[in-house]
Design a binder for this molecule. Structure first.
Ligand SMILES: Cc1cc2nc3c(=O)[nH]c(=O)nc-3n(C[C@H](O)[C@H](O)[C@H](O)COP(=O)(O)OP(=O)(O)OC[C@H]3O[C@@H](n4cnc5c(N)ncnc54)[C@H](O)[C@@H]3O)c2cc1C
Length: 413
């Protein structure tokens, strides 16, 4: 196609943060953009993310920030170079959304929610000429053109390039269901299986424990686990007991590692320190203090201020001998093993690992197998903990893919 005298027309499929950012990058550079999404409205997962406080990015220094992307940090560093946390905050400011740094370094919009930002963004995108096509489910290619299912009938349309930003596979009811995997695999694109990330884990709790303690937070608590090098590491934080097992920020932070250990071994073990600020010898002294006629639970409450779910966990996981032996009990308080059996289903987790392998793509996020087809966002094979790292990389990859399309179109002229 000779693009010399025509305005190129690019399709962006997927109206989440990555797709919207790609659309914006293209539209601001004079490209005619058609944006498609299977759902009736845009950014459904983004809006959900805003429900508990939209954590846009993180304010820690760049070296620490990049390390959060683990084995993909070198690739993602290139994306972040294009659109870093400071750029993200200025971009939000440009939409009239002030941001602030919370106590943990996490960055939020002043109003905490996603809706005002999304509203302002959509307004600007429309003003820059982006055409939105909702209820258009992309179903693949037909003779090199894109094919969409629409309730009024299938649509087949040819574009100069396409950006796929189809998300992962968590919360499929919001639109991202991983159905694209089969479509890209059929074209020879290498894809790592989609897996749960930032997920909870199943534990075989007794009915008694579930009934009495599901929903209760454990805080503060430390987890000792085996890190990537097989060494023991310790991390302080909090998590929640659920009907099925455990979840929450401390668990999410370790979820990639724990998931991979379960894949390798069938299950994995974490060790809980229920009193992370108390040295073991002090715990032993308190447990050895004569308890008279008090129950073990009463003794732990009065000597160590251990109560509720923490005491419940000891009763759930310790043998009667351990509960009766002060030294064994103190050791259990400081190092209580919990066996994690499986990850929670991908449909209910925060994000997805796996996806289009970065080795299948050029640095500008164009598929090696499919010139003119670019991918961005959570559908790529990377993962990161919660803390704003997910959205930052989605926005940044959308920017990279948008710029990639611009360069590719320029080369074709
Ligand atoms: C409960 C929850 C809370 C979260 N909180 C945060 C947070 O505070 N901070 C953070 O950084 N991250 C958070 N995340 C993660 C973050 O929301 C996602 O990583 C991010 O939305 C992914 O962006 P994306 O553009 O790649 O994909 P998505 O936002 O998933 O968008 C993909 C779009 O593609 C569309 N689509 C899919 N298939 C098709 C198809 N075949 N045809 C047409 N359209 C299609 C979908 O309808 C969807 O609109 C949270 C996630 C969840 C579930």
């Amino acid at each position: 196609m000779n693009l010399k005298n025509t305005v190129p027309n690019v399709a962006v499929i997927g109206a989440g943060p990555a797709g919207l950012m790609a659309a914006e990058t293209l539209a601001q550079n004079g490209v005619d953009v058609d944006l498609y999404d299977a759902m009736p409205s845009v950014g459904r997962k983004f809006l959900l993310a805003g429900k508990g406080g939209l954590n846009l990015t993180h304010a820690e220094d760049q070296a620490d920030f990049i390390r959060r992307y683990g084995k993909r940090q070198n690739d993602i560093n290139r994306w972040i170079y294009e659109f870093n946390p400071t750029n993200l905050r200025s971009w939000a400011k440009g939409l009239g959304i002030d941001t602030f740094v919370g106590t943990s370094g996490r960055v939020f919009p002043a109003e905490m929610k996603a809706a005002p930002l999304l509203r302002a963004w959509l307004h600007r995108l429309r003003a820059s000429g982006v055409r939105f096509h909702m209820r258009h489910k992309w179903t693949g290619w037909q003779d090199g053109a894109l094919r969409f299912y629409h309730p009024a009938g299938d649509i087949v349309k040819r574009f100069d390039a396409v950006v796929l930003a189809l998300g992962g596979a968590s919360w499929p009811q919001l639109g991202s269901n991983g159905a694209w995997v089969a479509l890209l695999k059929a074209k020879g694109v290498r894809i790592a299986p989609l897996e749960p990330s930032n997920c909870g884990f199943d534990v075989n709790w007794s009915d008694y424990f579930k009934t009495h303690f599901a929903g209760q937070p454990l805080s503060p608590v430390a987890i000792t686990f085996q890190n990537e090098s097989g060494e023991k590491s310790r991390r302080l934080g909090q998590f929640v007991i659920t009907e099925h097992g455990v979840e929450g920020s401390l668990i999410y932070a370790l979820s990639g590692l724990l998931r991979d250990q379960i894949k390798g071994n069938g299950s994995t073990q974490i060790t809980l320190d229920l009193l992370p600020d108390l040295p073991l010898h002090r715990a032993i002294q308190h447990c050895e203090h004569p308890r008279g006629s008090r129950s073990v639970a009463g003794h732990l409450q009065s000597r160590l201020n251990l109560r509720g779910v923490k005491t419940g966990l000891l009763r759930e996981l310790c043998t009667p001998e351990t509960l009766q032996s002060p030294v064994l009990l103190a050791n259990a308080i400081k190092a209580l093993p919990v066996t994690l059996l499986s990850t929670r289903p991908i449909s209910e987790v925060i994000s997805t690992a796996g996806g289009v392998k970065l080795e299948s793509m050029h640095n500008d996020l164009m598929l090696k197998e499919m010139p003119g087809v670019f991918c961005a966002g959570e559908m790529l094979d990377w993962e990161a903990p919660t803390g704003g790292y997910l959205l930052t990389a989605c926005f940044a990859s959308g920017k990279v893919a948008g710029k990639g399309v611009l360069n590719w179109l320029a080369q074709k002229k």
